[in-house]
Design a protein around this ligand. Structure first.
Ligand SMILES: *Cc1c(COP(=O)(O)O)cnc(C)c1O
Length: 414
């Protein structure tokens, strides 16, 4: 049992090495992805993976928590300090389970939940019909305006007053503008709803001070830890002191068993990193790069939804370029530029073959790329979208390789 991976399982070892090379060679623009630091990667591969720790620090169901308890307490303290929250739960396995815990804490089956619709840029777990949250609860979905691509808070308020949901969500996966959490909180208050802000995509921007924080306004804040926050895969819940017990009980024993303690260790490291001045610089660079990339793409005739971005994310409607999102995404991937096809608001095409692409700047910013590289990326994208052929992809790929070589990928020594 002490052989290294390379000899114990060469097949898996090779796949890991290949994925390292892929991540180093590609321009990774999927806005929910990032590179973790070497230290985060190391912490996530520790013997804490061997340990069962059902319960919370000081109240466990198994012995041997000598080092788990101080680790979880340290992680909770770092999360509370970074986000200015009264309470933190660092056990959710990921973003979706964190959101389920909020339902379990506050709602009964059948209760009304209101969130941004998936095709408008929302998340499955905010009441979309194929999700358990749309099946076991009664969903009411708001959208963005057709003319602006932006949220209309008056419309949201009118809908909330008419439907009177028990839970109101803010947050999304394909929305490139700032959220007005204060107004969302006032809407929830007006209709007697709990207000939960899901900052999965923007947690790193909130921590870095470049997006307003929902913490002063929301009953609960949920997030993933692996997107702009640049931690290990996982979830986290922040809340007011009055909700601490309900949230903790919902996560365990309500929804989960033992926490993934190796991920807790990695999260602690990521939270320490996110508290450094260098992370503020990172968050600023993420937004500056996204704005620069959006501006370059718009100058090349790309139809950026809402006319730009305030955060890390860009949503593009390719209808005017006469190419489907999936065709463009696949051609760009061949050219070494990785992003995802995505529905755009009021899309006339099907979700599995939509009109748009979604991209963002978190990962390229972690490599230290800047506005000069954003210009190159926009030009490459323009060439491939104008001619999604193998030949053009191959030419662009050669140029991409030259640039990615100059920006070593964090955590990857290959
Ligand atoms: C990514 C995301 C989630 C879900 O996170 P998973 O870790 O994939 O379960 C939830 N909400 C929003 C807004 C997200 O962007």
């Amino acid at each position: 049992m002490n052989d290294p991976l390379s000899t114990a399982d060469p097949e898996v070892f090779e796949l890991c090495r290949a994925e390292e090379r892929r991540q180093a060679e590609k321009i990774r623009l999927i806005p929910s992805e990032n590179y973790v630091s070497k230290a985060v990667l190391e912490a996530s591969g520790t013997v804490f993976t061997n340990k069962y720790s059902e319960g919370y620090p000081g109240k466990r169901y198994y012995e041997g928590q000598d080092f788990v308890d101080p680790l979880e307490t340290l992680t909770i303290d770092r999360a509370k300090t970074l986000f200015g929250a009264a309470h933190a739960n660092v056990q959710p396995y990921s973003g979706s389970p964190a959101n389920l815990a909020v339902y379990l804490a506050f709602l009964k089956p059948g209760d009304k939940v209101m969130g941004l619709a998936l095709p408008m840029g929302g998340h499955l777990t905010h009441g979309w019909n194929v999700s358990i949250t749309g099946k076991f609860f009664t969903p009411v979905q708001y959208g963005v305006r057709k003319d602006t691509g932006r949220l209309d808070y008056d419309e949201i308020r009118d809908l909330a007053k008419k439907e009177r949901p028990a839970l109101l969500w803010a947050g999304g996966t394909a929305y490139s503008r700032l959220w007005d959490f204060e107004t969302m909180a006032s809407i929830a208050r007006d209709v007697g709803a709990r207000f939960c802000a899901d900052i999965a995509h923007i947690a790193g921007l909130v921590a870095g001070g470049v997006h307003p924080s929902p913490v002063p306004h929301a009953d609960v804040v949920t997030t993933t830890t692996h997107k702009t926050l640049r931690g290990p895969r996982g979830g986290m819940i922040l809340c007011r002191a009055e909700h601490a017990q309900a949230i903790d009980r919902a996560v365990f024993p309500g929804l989960q068993g033992g926490p993934h303690v190796h991920n807790t260790a990695a999260l602690a490291v990521a939270l320490k990193e996110a508290a450094q001045p260098s992370f503020k610089e990172y968050a600023k660079r993420v937004v500056a790069n996204a704005k620069a990339l959006a501006a370059e793409l718009m100058a090349r005739g790309f139809d950026v939804v809402s006319g730009g971005t305030d955060n890390h994310l860009i949503l593009i409607d390719l209808t005017n370029k006469k190419v489907a999102g999936k065709v463009a995404a696949k051609a760009l991937d061949k050219a070494g530029i990785e992003l995802n096809y995505n529905s755009v608001p009021y899309d006339t095409r099907k979700p599995f073959d939509p009109s748009g692409i979604r991209l963002g700047s978190p990962a390229v910013s972690s490599r230290g790329m800047g506005e000069a590289e954003m210009k190159l990326i926009a030009a490459w994208m323009d060439r491939v979208v104008a001619d999604p052929s193998e030949e053009t992809a191959a030419k662009v790929l050669a140029e991409v390789r030259e640039v990615t070589r100059k920006f070593p990928a964090p955590g990857i020594s290959a």
